[in-house]
Design a protein around this ligand. Structure first.
Ligand code: ADP
Ligand code: MG
Length: 253
């Protein structure tokens, strides 16, 4: 098995606040890693650091064998120009809690925006792909709608189609169902479940424990900037070794 994401001794602070205190994590190609942990434990910062929206202060992260923000020369790392960072970042899809769709663009235009502007793909070709992706997330009939005309669950499915439009090697989800009404959570989890079945490499931050048990290859429990415990769902969720994991699960289950 090859490693898609390799995180070594990553530290990140905001001023005096140490948010990531030495994170080591490997995500294998084709596997789903679910990250759990209390609010403020550093989960979002970890995802943002993986795609270089935040710069790690120390440590190293590679995605598909290369760092997103650096070029290696011998044993030294040189920062890359923003243009190259943006280009490398296109191999990572990011799905946010609040969808972050462009409100003034139709569903179809949301999905083709990045392939056309960042990857310079011909519009016609990008549209064909986008229609196929929208059908895959169950929204074939919504391509001309605007985000405000859709439910939260539909908007999040558009956001997933948009992330997929870049043909990413890796998908990151930051609490993709936390902003949804309870009856809309299932339709979004179904899409993520389908991606997992197709062998998509994903890191999913979520509090949906039943989903984690079913879909995750690895469950990671974070607290206070550290990985407290990680392993297969049956170990971490059903027989946690650490008291902090037990206390957290008792609250969310
Ligand atoms: P989680 O996603 O687990 O809730 P976050 O990674 O969002 O945790 O945040 C971890 C800590 O870092 C929190 O205390 C948060 O307030 C702080 N934090 C996150 N981003 C920033 C930032 N850009 N500037 C300052 N503090 C931040
Ligand atoms: Mg968060």
């Amino acid at each position: 098995m090859t490693v898609m994401v390799d995180i070594r001794s990553v530290h990140k602070s905001f001023g005096p606040l140490d948010v990531l205190k030495g994170i080591d994590l490997q995500v294998r190609t084709g596997e789903v890693t679910v990250v759990l942990g209390p609010s403020g434990s550093g989960k979002s910062t970890l995802l943002r650091t993986i795609n270089h929206l935040e710069k790690a202060d120390r440590g190293e992260i590679t995605v598909d064998g290369t760092p997103i923000g650096y070029r290696r020369a011998g044993d030294r790392l040189h920062e890359l120009p923003e243009r190259e960072v943006l280009r490398r970042r296109t191999k990572i899809g990011f799905v946010f809690q609040n969808f972050n769709l462009f409100p003034h663009l139709t569903v179809l235009d949301n999905v083709i925006e990045a392939p056309v502007s960042a990857l310079k793909r011909p519009r016609k070709e990008a549209e064909e792909d986008a229609r196929r992706l929208l059908a895959r997330v169950g929204l074939a009939d919504k391509s001309a709608a605007y985000p405000r005309q859709l439910s939260g669950g539909q908007q999040q499915r558009v956001a997933i189609a948009r992330a997929l439009a870049l043909k990413p090697r890796l998908l990151l989800f930051d609490e993709p169902t936390s902003a949804l009404d309870p009856e809309l959570v299932g339709e979004v989890l179904d899409v993520i479940r389908d991606l997992a079945a197709r062998g998509t490499t994903m890191i999913v931050v979520t509090h949906e424990i039943a989903f984690a048990r079913e879909v995750a290859d690895t469950v990671v429990f974070m607290a206070d900037g550290r990985i407290v415990e990680q392993g297969p769902p049956a170990a971490v969720l059903d027989a946690p070794r650490e008291e902090r994991t037990r206390a957290f699960l008792a609250k969310v289950l």
